[in-house]
Design a protein around this ligand. Structure first.
Ligand SMILES: NC(=O)c1ccc[n+]([C@@H]2O[C@H](COP(=O)([O-])OP(=O)(O)OC[C@H]3O[C@@H](n4cnc5c(N)ncnc54)[C@H](OP(=O)(O)O)[C@@H]3O)[C@@H](O)[C@H]2O)c1
Length: 184
């Protein structure tokens, strides 16, 4: 994948299981341990191009430590959207917001100062998608099936959302991946 660029974009950026989960049951993230990065330092791209992070309260409550974003390599403004900011413990660099999702993005973009805003929340990303406020979806597929957990996009009864592939010869091309089960 081409390196990410800083251009004041609003990105949904996740490592995702092959079956579409970005967290396991109970927000577990242990399935990501031991993943290899490939030749390029991909994390460095996102560390350099991300100006602010916008997450939701459940993700925050599961991992209430902004200093560990990108393994501690990134620093910047973190915004957490919640309907009850009053009961959140203060944390350095973190602002709890109770506002419309579009206003949250505006605030995060201002803090990002020309860099990108990463939306690290499936629920907020879905709201932004519906409002036409999401610019890109950057996904890294992990070689694992989870079968349960938190989906990138959950919208039972909803209509398909057509996408165009940015890093391919054609926007409508299928991407081929071949895996084998690892046997114990
Ligand atoms: N795989 C990866 O690369 C990766 C990266 C980052 C995070 N994650 C995972 O992603 C998961 C995120 O969890 P999630 O998406 O289920 O939950 P979430 O978005 O973190 O939290 C949902 C909560 O956010 C608040 N919220 C959402 N929209 C709101 C709005 N418009 N106004 C006010 N508050 C709003 C609400 O909290 P209140 O109930 O307080 O109102 C809502 O219950 C976590 O497990 C995290 O670990 C994965």
């Amino acid at each position: 994948m081409e390196p990410q660029t800083a251009a004041g974009k609003v990105l949904w950026h996740f490592t995702m299981s092959l079956d579409g989960f970005v967290a396991g049951p109970g927000h577990s993230m242990d399935w990501m341990q031991g993943l290899e990065e490939g030749e390029r330092d991909v994390v460095a791209d996102y560390v350099a191009t991300t100006g602010a992070v916008l997450g939701g309260r459940d993700g925050w409550d599961a991992f209430p430590d902004a200093s560990m974003t990108y393994g501690g390599r990134w620093s910047g403004a973190t915004f957490v959207l919640t309907h009850h900011p009053g009961d959140a413990a203060p944390s350095p660099g973190v602002t709890f917001l109770d506002c419309d999702v579009a206003e949250a993005v505006r605030i995060a973009l201002e803090a990002a100062d020309g860099k990108n805003v990463e939306v690290l929340s499936p629920t907020i990303g879905a709201q932004l998608l519906e409002r036409g406020l999401l610019d890109e979806i950057d996904i890294h597929i992990a070689p694992v099936l989870l079968g349960d957990g938190i989906r990138l996009y959950d919208n039972p009864g909803g209509s398909p959302i057509p996408l165009t592939l940015v890093n391919g010869d054609s926007g409508r091309i299928e991407v081929g991946l071949r895996f084998r089960p690892l046997r114990a």
